[in-house]
Design a protein around this ligand. Structure first.
Ligand SMILES: [Zn+2]
Length: 140
């Protein structure tokens, strides 16, 4: 498969990951996105009952993103799905961007506690939709 021209990889991103990411990106129509992929420890992202395998940060208005993948992530079916999960977040980021824009510009004031609650509700809902879409696309 031809390398997607706007995708860049840190040297330590394994070949199998690059293939997995690019196949999914083509399938999800993300060829025009500029996404940087790098391996990272990510231990600081973990919670008591959740180990973070990857994180995605996106500037949806510029179609740019950064995906950090946990060091040592092994080549398993579950972990390949984790990679596809992150790209699905990229796909949905335009909706997230609209929500954030509204929060920033509407003049609506929220307390830090309300903002934390909103962020958690939003993140949980988006994760549910991501998983649902993956199930639909992959016929699971
Ligand atoms: Zn997620």
């Amino acid at each position: 498969m031809a390398k997607l021209s706007k995708f860049t990889y840190a040297d330590d991103v394994p070949r199998w990951m690059r293939g997995e990411l690019e196949r999914a990106a083509v399938r999800y129509g993300l060829q025009n996105w500029a996404i940087d992929f790098a391996m990272a420890p990510l231990d600081g992202e973990d919670t008591d009952n959740w180990t973070v395998m990857a994180t995605t940060s996106v500037l949806a208005q510029y179609k740019k993103g950064v995906v950090l993948i946990r060091h040592g992530l092994r080549r398993t079916a579950k972990n390949k799905r984790e990679l596809r999960h992150e790209l699905m977040h990229v796909l949905l980021s335009r909706i997230d961007h609209a929500f954030r824009q509204w929060l920033d510009t509407s003049g609506v004031r929220v307390t830090p506690q309300q903002e934390e609650m909103l962020n958690r509700l939003w993140a949980d809902a988006e994760d549910e939709v991501v998983e649902h879409l993956l199930d639909v696309i992959e016929g699971a």
